[in-house]
Design a binder for this molecule. Structure first.
Ligand code: ATP
Length: 218
């Protein structure tokens, strides 16, 4: 599903943020990406979402070389990848329903299909009764569930999460991780950047560890 082949990345005016990173994630695999602050975790995720492009090497998603992708292909690549953020990135002036519907509206789905898919997605994250609420009245854990529902609403084969539990207490964090496992069980490939070592240790998944831009464990 995802292959990094000798990938290096440097931002203009800086040294290498990723250095010769190689790994392979199988379809349906769930892995954690760990490492200290500044190790390059967010940068690695940005390469998969084509928010950045690597300086050397190849990132292959479903066999497609992302560095070779034309700008007009990028929106289609992004539809394969559901993105989840630490700070949820919800639109505060839109309801839960509208937040989750957004990727489908952008993709041009009709009203009936949007409604059906949004309800299915909210059902999966346990928020079916909260469609008309605004994000501000939800707990942190519920807001992250909205973020997850939005990420999976167009059924991407892959989920990328950047510190998804960074703002949550240990109990809510564990619930969110179990939710990711449920998506993994139906074949979604999942990569989660996190420095919450104790949470990761409780779960039995592969760990990719970055140290100063180099993969030191995989
Ligand atoms: N747009 C950018 N331009 C220049 N340098 C950047 C940019 N984004 C990140 N960096 C630098 O690249 C390095 C890796 O950053 P990155 O955000 O990938 O690390 P991280 O492991 O995700 O850290 P954190 O856990 O703090 O989020 C850091 O030194 C950072 O300052």
């Amino acid at each position: 599903m995802l292959k990094f082949d000798n990938v290096s990345m440097r931002y203009p005016g800086a040294g290498d943020v990723l250095r010769n990173v190689s790994f392979h994630l199988q379809r349906g695999e769930m892995a954690f990406l760990t490492g200290r602050s500044g190790a390059g975790k967010s940068t690695l995720l940005k390469l998969i979402a084509v928010i950045e492009r690597c300086s050397r090497g190849q990132v292959l998603l479903d066999g497609q070389d992302l560095n070779q992708a034309k700008d007009r292909q990028v929106p289609f690549i992004r539809r394969k990848v559901g993105l989840i953020f630490q700070d949820y990135k919800l639109l505060q002036d839109r309801t839960v329903f509208d937040n989750v519907a957004l990727p489908l509206v952008i993709a041009g789905y009709g009203h009936h299909e949007v409604s059906r898919r949004v309800r299915a997605s909210l059902d999966k994250v346990g928020l079916l009764g909260k469609e008309r609420k605004y994000p501000a009245v939800l707990s942190g854990g519920e807001q992250q569930r909205v973020g997850i529902a939005r990420a999976v609403v167009n059924k991407p084969p892959m989920i990328l999460a950047d510190e998804p539990t960074g703002n949550l207490d240990p109990e809510l964090s564990a619930e969110i991780m179990h939710l990711f496992e449920q998506f993994q069980q139906v074949g979604v490939t999942i990569l989660i950047a996190s420095h919450d070592i104790s949470l990761i240790a409780q779960m039995n998944h592969r760990i990719l560890k970055l140290d100063h831009g180099q993969l030191v464990a995989s």
